[in-house]
Design a protein around this ligand. Structure first.
Ligand code: DGY
Length: 434
């Protein structure tokens, strides 16, 4: 395991870029991604706190004037990725970053709890605290952005307008939405399938839809109100909202530690209570006993269970009773003896595909979130299982992007798929070992 820790650090070092950020994986993802950077900073914090800080500050440097943080920052040029720096045209939005080309999409709001984790890991709390003091307001402004612009019913739940914002890109959860969308055929050249076997990536038809939704947002200059009114994809996602709630909590803890800042604490407290209550009301399905999704555009719940369904545990959202029911579902559907935890999509569903990106494989960041959630609710043995299985998968298959949950399968290439030397697999492996 020590050797593997050294290897994990080597991957993070090799993926480091000038400008202080880390790419997720060479070739496949050659820029800075928002939630990747958050998880990467947690790993870096264990051996190079200065670099962990640079990871976060280089991302925040691309924050828009309205508080928005984009999902990709194009610090550098690279033609190995589609849709790249010139496709997104974030400059169409009047408040976009003037310094960098970015996307006009975001990703789950992990930065609040990442700052708190960095402090927890730190052996020199005062130097990390001074970093936090100079950066926390940017994260706070990001949360204000969400509540101001993306909570259309003023109910404490924010929307995403694109599947790439969910982080769980091609989940079967979105299939029903795509069926409602009538998109023209766009001309573009995918690059991802030149790096990774197409059977492990989204389909061309899906990519055409992904492009279509961005073209609509571009047509309206990435204006949030117009997007809310017109985007064919408009969803309240349990992972996204759970991350916002967990990060709200972290910001409140950190502001209390800093002192003062009462107005910000009050603002966060108000939204926190409202968000948690509504989350439990609207996103919990009492027949499935699990957290699900709400399709705002078509005004109906999307009743699938995914690894995102368990992330509310980390945010302290369910009551103890509800947590117990949720964990029973986890064990029944995802946790049989023949499976590693935790598949990204319900293995009992006919839509489950154990090799295809977010349609089934295990992802280390979702396993990490599950591990934290189980610990929070004191399911110690199950938390240990998730941790040990995560370590085992990496030990047997390397720092791949995603992993096959089926124990019976033994491919010549191991059970890992997608990109190689994947940064957050390495970073979270380091954290799990500690
Ligand atoms: C991709 O290109 O697959 C990314 O996940 C989009 O952010």
């Amino acid at each position: 395991k020590e050797d593997l820790q050294i290897e994990a650090q080597k991957i993070l070092d090799e993926n480091a870029q000038e400008g202080g950020f880390t790419i997720p994986s060479k070739g496949l993802y050659p820029f800075q991604w928002k939630w990747d950077s958050g998880f990467i900073a947690i790993g870096l914090a264990h051996y190079d706190m200065k670099r962990a800080q640079q990871e976060i500050s280089s991302l925040l440097d691309a924050q828009w004037e309205n508080g928005f943080i984009p999902h990709i920052v194009f610090h550098n040029e690279s033609d190995s990725y589609f849709p790249g720096p010139d496709f997104h045209q974030s400059f169409l939005h009047p408040l976009a970053s003037k310094k960098y080309k970015t996307t006009g999409l975001t990703q789950p709001p992990v930065l609040g709890f990442v700052l708190e984790k960095m402090l927890e890991i730190s052996k020199n709390a005062s130097s990390v605290m001074s970093f936090i003091k100079t950066h926390i307001d940017k994260v706070y402004e990001n949360h204000r952005y969400f509540y101001t612009n993306r909570d259309i019913h003023n109910e404490g739940l924010v929307y995403i307008y694109h599947n790439w914002e969910s982080g769980t890109d091609n989940s079967p959860v979105w299939d029903e939405i795509w069926e409602t969308v009538d998109a023209p055929q766009y001309t573009f050249q995918r690059k991802d399938t030149t790096h990774v076997d197409a059977s492990q990536r989204p389909s061309d038809k899906e990519y055409n839809l992904y492009v279509h939704v961005i073209e609509i947002a571009k047509k309206y200059q990435y204006d949030d109100q117009k997007i809310a009114a017109l985007s064919p994809f408009l969803v309240q996602d349990p992972l996204f909202n759970a991350m916002l709630i967990r990060s709200n909590e972290a910001l409140m803890n950190l502001y209390k530690r800093i002192g003062g800042n009462q107005e910000k604490i009050d603002y966060l407290t108000h939204h926190q209570e409202k968000s948690k209550a509504r989350f439990n009301e609207k996103l919990f399905d009492i027949d499935l006993n699990a957290y699900i999704y709400f399709d705002l555009r078509n005004n109906k719940p999307i009743r699938h269970i995914t690894s995102s369904s368990f992330t509310p545990l980390y945010a302290g959202i369910p009551s103890k009773d509800r947590a117990e029911k949720l964990i029973q579902v986890l064990l029944d559907r995802f946790g049989g003896e023949d499976q590693y935890l935790c598949a990204s999509f319900d293995p009992t569903s006919e839509l489950y595909n154990p090799k295809k990106y977010w349609r089934g494989p295990i992802w280390m960041n979702l396993n990490w979130l599950l591990y934290q959630g189980l610990k929070r609710y004191e399911y110690e043995a199950l938390a240990e299982r998730v941790k040990n299985e995560s370590i085992e998968l990496i030990t047997s298959s390397g720092f791949k992007e995603y992993f096959d949950a089926r124990k019976a399968i033994q491919e010549a290439s191991g059970r890992g798929y997608g990109g190689d030397n994947f940064s957050w697999s390495a970073a979270l492996f380091i954290d799990l070992l500690h």
